[in-house]
Design a protein around this ligand. Structure first.
Ligand code: ZN
Ligand code: ZN
Length: 277
């Protein structure tokens, strides 16, 4: 009985604290601008903190309504090479039709999530509206993809797909770099210490390309042809490279970057993205 009373008091104090936080430090939903109430967020159902992925990762950034957007994990079954999702749930991973027909330059593509719902919304807000706070949940998502599908010991270099200098100036940041910036620290937290480095300089984007959005698969390939150039080949030779990007759609960009890296002597090139379509 005494313990119960103590628990009720404790909950009451937590609620008062949440109310004060709401009053003095109101958070706004990054999508719809509605105020996010902390008092609603954590103490709704008998003080049960919601454990869903969306809430854990995005609760600070989106309101109760916007957070209900779907969250789809990147999980099997998918194509062993390009990571394309197979709709049929009860089959094993194998090569998809495209990968059997054409040979892509990279070894495998893996992701933290599928490009839909709240992930799609967050990546677009992050990239195009500079909502940089989202680097935290998006960084966690891509890191979960790394831990799940790669052995840290099979990668020598992490390489964010470079932007053309004009795009970098216009956006102000390379989104792929920001989400992997803390990889080393995150691994060290799990007691994994590796001489894995982030290389931002050895591969350059030398051609200013049009946005790929409105192009067909073939046009996308043509658009990014020779868009990259290896400028420091000693750093590429005999290295196992992990190319990192925010989204993988048709793979035209990463495939072209991988082609150039392999041409310059890279041993293997893998691709890791926050989200795969
Ligand atoms: Zn909202
Ligand atoms: Zn495939």
């Amino acid at each position: 009985m005494g313990k119960n009373k103590w628990q009720i008091n404790c909950l009451f104090i937590k609620k008062i604290f949440a109310l004060i936080v709401d009053l003095f430090f109101p958070l706004k939903c990054l999508k719809c601008q509605k105020i996010i109430l902390k008092i609603d967020q954590n103490y709704q159902i008998g003080d049960q903190v919601c454990k869903s992925y969306s809430k854990d990762l995005f609760g600070k950034y989106f309101c109760q309504d916007c957070i209900t957007l779907s969250y789809e994990l990147f999980e099997p079954p998918f194509c062993k090479r390009c990571g394309k999702k197979f709709e049929h749930k009860f089959i094993k991973n194998h090569f998809c039709e495209d990968c059997l027909k054409i040979s892509n330059s990279f070894r495998k593509v893996r992701a933290g999530a599928r490009y839909s719902g709240i992930i799609k919304e967050s990546i677009q807000l992050f990239k195009y509206q500079k909502k940089l706070a989202l680097v935290d949940p998006l960084g966690k998502i891509i890191f979960s993809g790394f831990v799940e599908y790669f052995k840290p010991s099979e990668i020598d270099v992490i390489m964010p797909v470079p932007l053309h200098i004009s795009k970098l100036k216009q956006r102000g940041f390379n989104q792929a770099f920001l989400v992997v910036k803390n990889f080393k620290k995150m691994l060290e937290k799990n007691n994994i210490f590796l001489p894995m480095n982030i290389d931002l300089y050895s591969l350059k984007r030398v051609k200013k390309t049009d946005p790929q959005t409105n192009y067909s698969v073939l046009q996308r390939k043509e658009n990014v042809k020779n868009a990259f150039k290896v400028v420091i080949s000693e750093k590429i030779k005999n290295k196992r490279i992990l190319l990192v990007d925010d989204v993988y759609t048709t793979g035209a960009t990463s495939s072209e970057a991988a082609r150039k890296l392999l041409e310059a002597g890279a041993l293997t090139v893998d691709v890791l993205v926050i989200a795969r379509v």
